[in-house]
Design a protein around this ligand. Structure first.
Ligand code: FES
Length: 101
């Protein structure tokens, strides 16, 4: 299908994240030191929306039971979640952020 533009760089302040949908899949886009990262945002524990959680450094904490994921690679930092999120390839061009599912 190819990458889809889901946001603009100006929408995501440094050290913050937003949630978006790409073809019905929830994604989270984070601005870490002016580099943008995207992972799937449906928590692999019980499905809460990680983009409604908390971002500290490159770690997002799920609002429901506190699972933590590294937004730069989707890996679990802390349970109860056991499975990683999917790390999505992201392209930034002319201030537009495009994601490939
Ligand atoms: S749903 Fe995210 S930690 Fe339980």
């Amino acid at each position: 299908v190819g990458p889809k533009v889901v946001a603009h760089t100006g929408d995501i302040a440094p050290k913050t994240m937003i949630g978006a949908k790409v073809d019905g899949t929830g994604v989270l886009i984070a601005n870490i030191e002016s580099t943008f990262y995207a992972i799937t945002s449906k928590c692999t524990h019980m499905g809460c929306n990680l983009s409604e959680g908390f971002l500290h450094g490159n770690t997002v904490t799920c609002p429901c039971h506190g699972s933590q994921f590294n937004v730069t690679n989707g890996q679990v930092v802390h349970g109860p979640a056991k499975n990683p999120e999917r790390s999505l390839s992201i392209r930034v061009e002319d201030g537009k952020i495009a994601i490939d599912l």
